[in-house]
Design a protein around this ligand. Sequence first.
Ligand SMILES: [Zn+2]
Length: 431
Amino acid sequence: MMRRALATLIVLLAAQAASAQAPRYSLLLKGGHVIDPKNGVDAVMDVAIADGKVAAVAANIDAAQAARVANVAGLYVVPGLIDLHAHVFIGSEPDSYLSNGDVGAHADTHSFRSGQTTLVDVGGPGWRNYAQFKANIVDRARTRVLAFLNIVGHGMRGGPYEQDLSDMDAKLTAQRILANKDVLVGIKVAHYQGAEWEPVTRAVEAGRRADVPVMIDFGGNDPPQSLDALLNTHLRPGDILTHMYAHVRGRHPIVNAQGQVEPYVLAARKRGVLFDVGHGGGSFLFRQAVPATQQGFWPDIISTDLHTGSQNAGMKDILNVMSKMLVLGMPVNDVIRANTARVAEVIKRPELGHLGVGAEGDVAVLALRKGEFGFIDSSGNRMPGNQKLECELTVKGGQVVWDLNGRSHTLWSEQPVEDMNAPPPARRRTR
Ligand SMILES: [Zn+2]
């Protein structure tokens, strides 16, 4: 008995000694300007991460308490950005557009370098091919990939698939979402050409059954269906109109021919319908965005509509879209909120989009560069601007996943020469 008690005591003492030596935090971001809209933080502070979560946000946290320290003075430190409108369901199926085709983007090659830790694929998969999306994309990406299920069972496969009313099933869509709430956070309607309201009403019905929001990419009928009816009759508070600053054939723009934001659009916002940028390849016009924002009609959510077309044109990445909003006069705090706290609220993920203690350890460190820049809209027209956001460092779940200038890394000259003849476990792994 005595021997066992003594052994236990020795183990306890050893554990105590080890914990006394082990740094309290795995990572410390030091001296940055923290903007955390949800928690009302807008000041120079340090952010400490432990066990993959936010562990402390305070002025002057002792660097000796952290295993890794990154000096981020002069930079913005914000919650990991969430993109509410991305397309990442890539695959090799011919003619499959944004549902296992080759028009979407690879999540990890795009996300972290733009400060994004969560991408929401909107409408790539439908209830029929959700399992493939989960296995091929969600489970393989380091980026947190969530999704709005398409009301079309086959998802966003383009062509006749997206016009098939018989493949838009509210019950089966809701069932798939209810069984996969860890990934599925909403429902998407897009690209329908026709005068029927069925795609919208079935999506809203599925949204009611699964208690998730609906996002609408509206328009495609000639003459256009009533945007007023969509916003003020069909959609519920919390549902989302994407491509808010678009002006395309088949959809009424939010700014009318007299240059005014339509009164019914203002009424929709008042009743809680949300407006998302969804920049994309053809859905952001300065002719819409400038008068709308001059009249105070800012986005609830700023998003990319990421795909191979938009990322190589005027959209580029989320930071470029956020920079456009800054140049249009949106306060930086509001721009950050529209990519973090507001999005987390929409997708009902309270652990994301903020830097409160205990929140997911997702952080983006952004530089606001000053200089002469230019921004392009969907019509190919340019707007000059004098500021632009750039991502310096991204942390996901406590891990540094992007570090533009090596701020979190040790100096090479201070490290010992590595023994390449050492047995494999002693060697540093690349990942
Ligand atoms: Zn889209």
